[in-house]
Design a protein around this ligand. Sequence first.
Ligand code: HEC
Length: 135
Amino acid sequence: MARWIALGSAVLGAMLVLACAHAGFVPQPTVLDVERVQPADPGLSLEEMQAGRSIYLQRCSSCHAVHGPGEYRGDQWPDLIARMQREKKIKLPEHDRELMVRYLIAFSSTAPKSPDAGVGGSGAVPGSSEHAAAR
Ligand code: HEC
């Protein structure tokens, strides 16, 4: 019996890992993300990021599976939302739209990486090579 439970949780664990690697992954923000995005979006709080995430999940998952924020660049998200609003006639209060777009940009493929992101980070920070050369 206990062995089945152990096996079950191992399978569940593996499924969770796979789910996180999936393209539609919509990350839960943490305090580390707040620090990470400060330079790019000063004043964006954890509560605002969480609100942006839930607005996104509520408003944008009814017709299709949500796209992971990391599937697009930060500069693509505002246009994608504008297109959805225009073409699919989505009504979205401006305040909600703003929180959502700040959340999506914070987790986009071009979002600033935390300094210790290491191999997991997707690409170098622009300008980092010049810094290395100057040293
Ligand atoms: C009323 C239905 C509907 C809702 C609600 C909706 N979408 Fe879409 N979305 C679509 C359809 C249909 C497509 C695929 C066809 C297309 O690209 O126009 C699509 C495609 C997309 C794509 C892929 C675009 C591409 O170029 O490949 C993105 C990204 C997207 N939606 C984001 C959003 C976001 C963000 C929201 C919330 C603001 C949202 N969607 C809400 C219907 C919807």
